[in-house]
Design a protein around this ligand. Structure first.
Ligand SMILES: [Ca+2]
Ligand SMILES: [Ca+2]
Ligand SMILES: [Cu+2]
Length: 275
């Protein structure tokens, strides 16, 4: 993103001030300080303690308190929202302080979660897991992968099973707007709840803890929460077909084709159900 440049004058007219002493900018904007007096610094921190987030002349060794004189220019680009205080290392005690308020990052929100499986050569098929109302229903065998999508790029966070039988396998991975959570040991005929916690975006915004429910009922080819003869018939009706967007639940073992092995799995779960 290309930001704007906002100017602040350091010590104009012999005063011990920054002018203006507070500026409001957007994420990605730059503040450019120009010295109009001698022996001043721009030093970040809550007056009067340097916190080394930024400082003149070049953002390094901030606690040393290097000063500059009339005509010097220092600029800093703010890539994270927040309120940033700064001061002059020499004249802080005289009230030579300022603030930069950075806004404009879109809020971090979760937009969707799916249970994703690759069905051999037939492709990848997702089952939506709504964040409210009746949880989505996963009906395939094997380990599961939840993929959550957010409004911003996400960089870190945790996932844990907070309800039902199953385990998060390894650490979540982050790529662009998505977070991927691998699950293992997930029992069938139950509702699993995975809670996403401390999911953080590139602007250091943190998502409130978010539970994601997934009903698991292997062999429920028509996703009506019970496994019965209808699921057997439905699976048989597609024998010999490749999995596609309309029939992939009938490829119960997710190997890409619908055949007798899938029918046998459905039959082995007859009579099971999930609330
Ligand atoms: Ca069914
Ligand atoms: Ca199959
Ligand atoms: Cu000063």
């Amino acid at each position: 993103m290309v930001g704007q440049i906002v100017d602040v004058t350091v010590g104009p007219g012999g005063t011990l001030t920054f002018s203006p002493d507070s500026v409001n900018i957007s994420t990605g904007d730059t503040v450019r300080w120009t010295w109009a007096g001698n022996i001043h610094s721009v030093t970040s921190g809550t007056p009067c303690t340097p916190d080394s987030q930024f400082c003149s002349p070049n953002d390094t060794n901030c606690s040393a308190g290097t000063t500059n004189n009339t005509g010097f220019v220092y600029q800093h680009t703010f890539n994270q929202p927040g309120t940033f205080s700064y001061f002059c290392i020499v004249h802080c005690g005289f009230g030579m302080t300022g603030t930069v308020t950075v806004s404009g990052a879109a809020p971090l929100q979760i937009t969707s979660v799916v249970s994703r499986k690759t069905h051999g050569a037939a492709g990848v098929f997702d089952i939506n897991l709504p964040l409210s109302g009746t949880p989505g229903l996963e009906s395939r065998t094997g380990d599961y992968t939840m993929v959550a999508t957010f409004t911003n790029n996400v960089v870190s966070g945790n996932a844990s099973v907070t309800g039902g039988v199953g385990t998060v396998n390894g650490s979540p991975t982050f790529s662009g707007h998505t977070m991927t959570v691998n699950l293992t040991g997930v029992a069938t005929a139950q509702t699993l709840t995975v809670t996403l916690s401390h999911v953080t975006d590139e602007f250091s915004q943190v998502l409130p803890d978010t539970p994601v429910g997934m009903r698991v009922l292997i062999g429920d080819a028509n996703a009506n929460a019970t496994v019965n003869a209808a699921d057997v018939s439905l699976t048989k009706s597609s024998l010999g077909s490749s999995a596609d967007a309309t029939n992939f639940r009938r490829d119960v073992n997710a190997n890409g084709t619908i055949n007798a092995a899938d029918v046998a799995i459905v039959k082995s779960h007859l009579g099971e159900g999930v609330p």
